[in-house]
Design a protein around this ligand. Structure first.
Ligand code: SF4
Ligand code: SF4
Length: 154
């Protein structure tokens, strides 16, 4: 099975149901992919299953995810290589875009009531769209992850 996706498969177009917009990664260099997204074990299983169906990719859990313990449970962080998500390719595009975690879909929203101001979309999106993303963060991001302050890799 292929390890690396072709560039055509690595589209960096945001599409969060009611919201759809294009990111200009020549400006931001996919800044949002320089953080490590944290997932529940069920989300990891779903991502692996979706990557198999969508891209014919067989992702080894241990190779791509690192267990991370918080005060409220144990989660799995996508591994980083030199400060970049392991799924980011040389052209700053996501190799599993259609299967990316919810935290990636909601950027620049990074908390129930916080956004990453460095993301160009933080200024381009209307207040209404940001509010929709924050609502989704509240509803769709695991409650344990929402309340964690820090994670310890184990
Ligand atoms: S999974 Fe994809 S969208 Fe999410 S941080 Fe990694 S490269 Fe970026
Ligand atoms: S969400 Fe922001 S940081 Fe991420 S690719 Fe789009 S504009 Fe760049």
């Amino acid at each position: 099975m292929p390890e690396i996706l072709t560039d055509e498969q690595c589209i960096k177009t945001r599409n969060v149901k009611e919201n759809s917009w294009d990111c200009d990664i020549s400006v931001c260099k996919s800044l949002c992919c320089h953080n490590c997204a944290v997932l529940t074990i069920d989300e990891v299983s779903e991502l692996i299953s979706n990557a198999r169906k969508k891209y014919d990719l067989e992702l080894d859990q241990k190779r791509y995810f690192r267990p991370a313990k918080g005060e409220h449970g144990t989660y799995f962080a996508i591994k980083m290589i030199k400060g970049r998500c392991i799924f980011l390719n040389k052209e700053d595009r996501c190799r599993i875009y259609e299967c990316r975690p919810i935290l990636c879909k909601l950027y620049p929203v990074i908390g129930v009531d916080s956004i990453d101001e460095r993301c160009p979309m933080a200024k381009r999106l209307s207040k209404e769209k940001i509010a929709v993303l924050k609502k989704k963060y509240l509803e769709e991001v695991d409650r344990g992850i929402q309340v964690e302050k820090t994670f310890m890799f184990i």
